[in-house]
Design a protein around this ligand. Structure first.
Ligand SMILES: CC(C)(COP(=O)(O)OP(=O)(O)OC[C@H]1O[C@@H](n2cnc3c(N)ncnc32)[C@H](O)[C@@H]1OP(=O)(O)O)[C@@H](O)C(=O)NCCC(=O)NCCS
Length: 174
C-alpha cells in the first residue's frame, strides 16, 4: 500500500479560503519571522513584536489577493496567495508577487508559512520547485525573498535551493 501523502500546490482563487489561510498564517507567526517589510507596514510594532491586530491584518492581506490576475500586465504587479495541500488539507500558505514594473520582471516570495507538523519533510523545497515553474511559465527568471535575521532554519533552506544574499538591511531606532 502506498502511504506517501498527496502533496499539491495551487493558487487560492476562492474568497472562502481567505479566513482559514490567514488563520493558518497568524496562528503560527513567531518574532523571528519579522523582517524590515513587517516593520515598514502594519504587521509589526518592533523587530520582535507583532501588531496586536496581526490576525485581522493578515486576513485583509490574503483576502485582497484572491481575485488578482494570475499574471501581471505590462508595467503592473499582481499579488497572489498560494496554498500547499497535504492529503487535500491546508498545510501551508504562501504570499507571492509577480512584478512587471521593473525593466526585468521578477517574483517575490513575500511570505511562507507551513504548519509545524508538516515542516522538515520537504514541503518548503517542493514549494520552491513549484514557484520556479510558475515563474518560468510567465517568462520570469528572478525570485527575491527576505527573511528575519535570526530565522536561520529558513535561511538554510533558501540557500539549499539556490538563493544567495544580495543585500543587508539595517535599521536605526531614533
Ligand atoms: C521555513 C519553512 C517554510 C520551511 O519549510 P519546510 O517544509 O520545513 O522546509 P523543508 O522540509 O523543505 O526543509 C527544511 C529542512 O528539512 C529537511 N528535510 C527535508 N525533507 C526531509 C525529510 N524527509 N526528513 C527529514 N528532513 C527533511 C531539509 O533538508 C531542511 O533541512 P535544513 O534545516 O538542514 O536546511 C517552515 O519551517 C516554516 O513555515 N517556518 C515558519 C515560518 C517561516 O519562518 N517562514 C519563512 C519566512 S522568510
Amino acid at each position: 500500500m502506498d502511504e506517501s501523502p498527496k502533496i499539491e500546490f495551487r493558487w487560492s482563487r476562492s474568497v472562502d479560503e481567505a479566513t482559514p489561510l490567514a488563520r493558518l498564517f497568524s496562528d503560527h507567526v513567531s518574532p523571528a519571522y519579522i523582517s524590515h517589510s513587517e516593520l515598514q507596514g502594519p504587521r509589526a510594532q518592533m523587530p520582535t513584536v507583532w501588531s496586536s491586530d496581526i490576525a485581522t491584518i493578515l486576513e485583509q492581506d490574503v483576502r485582497s489577493r484572491i481575485n488578482q490576475p494570475l499574471d501581471a500586465a505590462a508595467n503592473q504587479e499582481t499579488r497572489l496567495a498560494a496554498v500547499a495541500l497535504v492529503d487535500d488539507a491546508f498545510a501551508g500558505v504562501f504570499l507571492v508577487t509577480f512584478n512587471r514594473i521593473a525593466p526585468i520582471p521578477f517574483c517575490i516570495v513575500e511570505d511562507m508559512m507551513i504548519i509545524p507538523r508538516h515542516r522538515n519533510r520537504g514541503l518548503g523545497k517542493a514549494f520552491f520547485d513549484w514557484i520556479e515553474t510558475e515563474s518560468r511559465a510567465r517568462d520570469i527568471h528572478r525570485v527575491f525573498l527576505e527573511s528575519g535575521i535570526s530565522n536561520e532554519a529558513a535561511h538554510r533552506l533558501f540557500e539549499s535551493v539556490g538563493f544567495h544574499k544580495i543585500s543587508i538591511v539595517m535599521m536605526k531606532q531614533l
